[in-house]
Design a binder for this molecule. Structure first.
Ligand SMILES: Cc1cc2nc3c(=O)[nH]c(=O)nc-3n(C[C@H](O)[C@H](O)[C@H](O)COP(=O)(O)OP(=O)(O)OC[C@H]3O[C@@H](n4cnc5c(N)ncnc54)[C@H](O)[C@@H]3O)c2cc1C
Length: 550
């Protein structure tokens, strides 16, 4: 909306940061430390967004040149080099920066070497930085609304402590709605909804959007994903608000198709609103000879190379015709596990893998919990049972006493189900999945009745798309011109538009958040035009009911 539509500003500051996840926390701290007065808005009544329930692995690098080479391959030529150079250098600086923040919380920061998850050049120089312990969060205590305290929650606690320590004005339950643009075309504030009423907040220097992706915006997903909307795994608050706000100000968008996500289960009772993760399994991180992901790397050449075995998976997936269609254990299950579901069958005019079915037998049921829940939400809870029987009772899985009953439950001919399982069990016996290339050590026979099956669909851990930005984190128009005084950081318009680098989103939150905070704070203050009296008139945001007040 135009500044002339704002009749009175309810508050004024230098920099408004929208969204308190990792990117917003860092941007607010940096802008403050660079001398700006900051208001940090958070839509939810609790902190942290996806960051708070993330595993908290922040990708770092020993040397920026190698990290750049790796990022170039990961981003598949879809992201300009200057941004990747900046991120690569920032990754080298992350440990020192996080240690500096951690002091206030007396927190421990761990740095470990860990090769990149995909075997691209440069992968050897990478590692992780994590906040591993915060004394204020006792063992077993959940951080805020999260299902468990992870290193992501510990990172957010450290950011929260830093924000409190600096006296930054953090406003919960305040959802930014629409940017306000001055007559000179510069962003000069926004309209937010706070305690049920619209407020006009002026930003004399800049607005930084750090309000995450569109994991929980089915309408937006319908427009950008071939197979339509998919369920988020962990958090309701990210509804693409920053995308709509930036678009309305003239932003170009990028990487909107790119979803980071696995295939997942869901609760048919509807009580648990998020997708349920399948059992957590290690990635095929490039490894040494004899390890699951042998890349022929000699151990003395790469002490960080993986020695981790892959997990045995008790299940296979079949499509609606009862046929396997993918390697159920792809190299990075949480990154590309959802992609094979996107296939549209033009002859049948349907997505034949929507849903697909996860199938295991009695021996598999007893092996381990088949899934888990990880959420940042004050209103839900879910504990997966050790023997999976609670999930059978809840209808997440169905029991079938025979192969015929299994086929009937899925709705395919009995001989099809037998063919599929015979072929699978033969592949296990030969130690080779010649059709889809699932690694031998992950394969298990499925032949002990009763059988179990559950519907699986793609799930979104996080989206990567959003407003395109330049190396200074300025949001740009389709013609590449910066929109004056508008910045974005974090997964909102992430650099990842091809494959994901594990730990890359948090790395980007920190590197991009720092840059955006500093750049915003360095701007000269805009002089306020003479303010007419009265209240803000136009009070509608992209996801709010429109109201005109005063
Ligand atoms: C289970 C899980 C594990 C993960 N593990 C890792 C990992 O180890 N390493 C890694 O790099 N990434 C990981 N990720 C991905 C990573 O967590 C996210 O991509 C990253 O945290 C996004 O950070 P952000 O600050 O951009 O957004 P978020 O942390 O999601 O924060 C955005 C905030 O903006 C708020 N918001 C939204 N709209 C508005 C509005 N209109 N007004 C005000 N506030 C608003 C939201 O409520 C939210 O709090 C994981 C994700 C999940 C779910």
């Amino acid at each position: 909306m135009r500044e002339t539509d704002v009749e009175r500003w309810d508050a004024e500051t230098d920099v408004i940061v929208v969204g308190f996840g990792a990117a917003g926390g860092v941007a607010a701290i940096e802008a403050h430390d660079a001398g700006a007065e900051v208001i940090l808005l958070e839509k939810m009544p609790f902190p942290g967004g996806l960051s708070a329930i993330s595993a908290g692995g922040i990708r770092i690098a020993e040397n920026a040149g190698d990290a750049f080479t790796y990022l170039q391959a990961t981003c598949g030529n879809r992201t300009p080099d200057d941004l990747l150079h900046d991120l690569a250098q920032g990754m080298v600086d992350i440990p020192e920066y996080v240690r500096g923040l951690a002091r206030i919380s007396d927190a421990q920061v761990g740095v470990t070497g860990a090769v990149g998850n995909y075997p691209f050049p440069g992968c050897m120089s990478l590692g992780y930085c994590e906040v591993t312990d915060v004394p204020a969060l006792a063992a077993g205590q959940r951080y805020s609304a999260t299902s468990a305290t992870t290193n992501g929650g510990r990172l957010i606690k450290v950011l929260e402590d830093n924000i409190t320590h600096r006296g930054i004005d953090l406003r919960y339950e305040t959802a930014a709605g629409e940017l306000v643009i001055g007559n000179d075309g510069q962003v000069c504030g926004l309209i937010a909804r706070q305690a049920g009423r619209a407020v006009a907040l002026r930003a004399a220097k800049a607005v930084i959007l750090t309000c995450g992706g569109f994991e929980n915006n089915p309408d937006m997903q319908d427009q950008y994903f071939q197979a339509g909307a998919i369920r988020p795994t962990s958090f309701r608050g990210n509804t693409g608000d920053g995308i709509a706000m930036a678009q309305a100000a003239g932003a170009d968008l990028w990487h909107m198709w790119h979803v980071h996500g696995p295939y997942a289960l869901s609760d048919p009772t509807g009580k648990y609103p998020f997708a349920l993760f399948h059992k957590g399994i290690p990635m095929w991180t490039p490894g040494v000879p004899g390890s699951a992901s042998d890349l022929g790397i000699e151990p003395d050449e790469a002490p960080n190379a993986s020695r981790k075995p892959l997990a045995r998976l008790a299940w296979i997936l079949v499509d609606r015709d009862g046929r396997r269609f993918m390697n159920e254990y792809p190299p990075y299950p949480g990154d590309t596990g959802m992609r094979p579901f996107d296939q549209f069958d033009p002859l049948r005019q349907e997505f034949a893998r929507m849903p697909a079915y996860m199938i295991f037998d009695e021996a598999g049921r007893q092996m381990y919990p088949m899934g888990y829940a990880a959420y940042n939400d004050a209103e839900v809870s879910f504990e997966w049972s050790r023997d999976n029987l609670q999930e059978v009772e809840r209808g997440i899985f169905h029991r079938a006493d025979s192969l015929a009953a299994l086929a009937e439950g899925i709705g395919v001919p009995g001989n099809r189900m037998r063919e599929t399982l015979d072929a699978w069990n033969a592949a296990v016996s030969h130690g080779q999945d010649t059709v889809f290339g699932r690694p031998e050590e992950t394969m298990l026979r499925i032949d002990t009745p009763p059988f179990y099956y559950g519907e699986v669909r793609p799930a979104v851990i996080n989206t990567q798309g959003g407003p395109r930005h330049n190396v200074r984190q300025e949001v740009v128009t389709p013609f590449g011109r910066p929109i004056p005084r508008l910045y974005a950081a974090g997964e909102l318009g992430s650099v990842f538009g091809h494959l994901y680098m594990s730990g890359g989103n948090l790395a980007e939150c920190i590197v991009g958040g720092r840059r955006a905070g500093r750049e915003a704070a360095s701007l000269a203050r805009q002089v306020s035009p003479p303010a007419p009296h009265g209240r803000a008139r136009h009070l509608a945001g992209p996801n709010q009911e429109g109201t005109i007040n005063g």
